[in-house]
Design a protein around this ligand. Structure first.
Ligand SMILES: NC(=O)c1ccc[n+]([C@@H]2O[C@H](COP(=O)([O-])OP(=O)(O)OC[C@H]3O[C@@H](n4cnc5c(N)ncnc54)[C@H](OP(=O)(O)O)[C@@H]3O)[C@@H](O)[C@H]2O)c1
Length: 223
């Protein structure tokens, strides 16, 4: 089984790489600085680490071109790369921050999926790592750029599912929990180990996930 993970050099993406390696998957990772991806190099062959900036269409196109020289089919894409954006409140919202966060968290996953489409087929899965902070039902204010980008990512999930269901491809949005990473901070209650093993358990059964917004425990969330 073959997976392409975006932003797998640290945090949640790195733990996906770790746990899928233990399950004997072939792992391919796109990241911005492959040469500095030391933790990743200990887990997967250096050749499988591909330069990728998900904000840039040319970079996505080039990364997928490299990927296509290495494999003919992907069983799984994990659109994980993401940024938190400006956490400040209404007085501090900035247009540049909104553009960067939207490009990274929303447009990036859409275009990675678009360019990878020839590699996807029956029973392939596209995972978009979303966030409860993008749930319109669950907002507590602030973090505008992040919340908007993840709410829109959920629409990417729903739209892709509609367009790809005829090909037997599943698309799902996951909330990984509040996880101890650079983004999640050290006070987050959930370890990467627990979050990722939970999501992989859900993906193993693939029961009732198509076009859904689900947390790492497999519970469905409100959009
Ligand atoms: N941690 C949480 O509590 C939490 C909760 C809900 C959702 N999430 C989501 O989970 C995903 C992973 O987050 P994390 O917690 O693991 O955060 P993290 O430790 O900050 O890692 C973010 C990853 O995304 C990569 N990245 C950022 N911008 C990129 C770009 N333009 N192109 C390629 N890679 C890029 C980073 O690479 P660099 O090293 O190059 O910066 C890094 O590998 C994100 O989508 C995040 O929104 C996290």
């Amino acid at each position: 089984m073959k997976v392409f993970i975006t932003g797998g050099n640290r945090g949640i993406g790195l733990e996906f790489a770790k746990q899928l390696t233990e399950k004997d998957w072939d792992i391919y990772v796109g990241c911005r600085e492959p040469k500095k991806a030391d933790k990743l190099k200990k887990i997967i062959p250096e050749d499988n680490i591909i330069l990728l900036d998900v904000k840039l269409e040319d970079s996505i196109r080039a990364a997928v071109h490299v990927l296509k020289t290495k494999l003919e089919r992907l069983d799984l894409i994990i659109n994980n790369a993401g940024i938190i954006g400006n956490r400040a409140g209404l007085n501090k919202v900035e247009i540049d921050d909104h553009i960067e966060t939207f490009l990274t968290n929303t447009i990036g996953p859409l275009f990675v999926t678009k360019y990878c489409l020839p590699l996807l087929g029956k029973d392939s899965t596209v995972v978009n790592i979303s966030s409860l902070m993008g749930s319109i039902d669950d907002t507590s204010g602030g973090s505008y750029s992040y919340r908007i980008s993840k709410a829109a990512l959920n629409m990417v999930t729903k739209n892709l599912q509609e367009d790809l269901k005829g090909k037997g491809i599943s698309v799902v949005s996951f909330h990984p929990g509040w996880v101890r990473t650079r983004m999640g901070t050290p006070v987050a209650p959930v370890s990467t180990k627990r979050s990722i093993s939970g999501m992989l358990k859900v993906l193993e059964t693939k029961k009732n996930i198509d076009g859904k917004f689900i947390n790492f425990k497999g519970e469905e969330l409100p959009w």
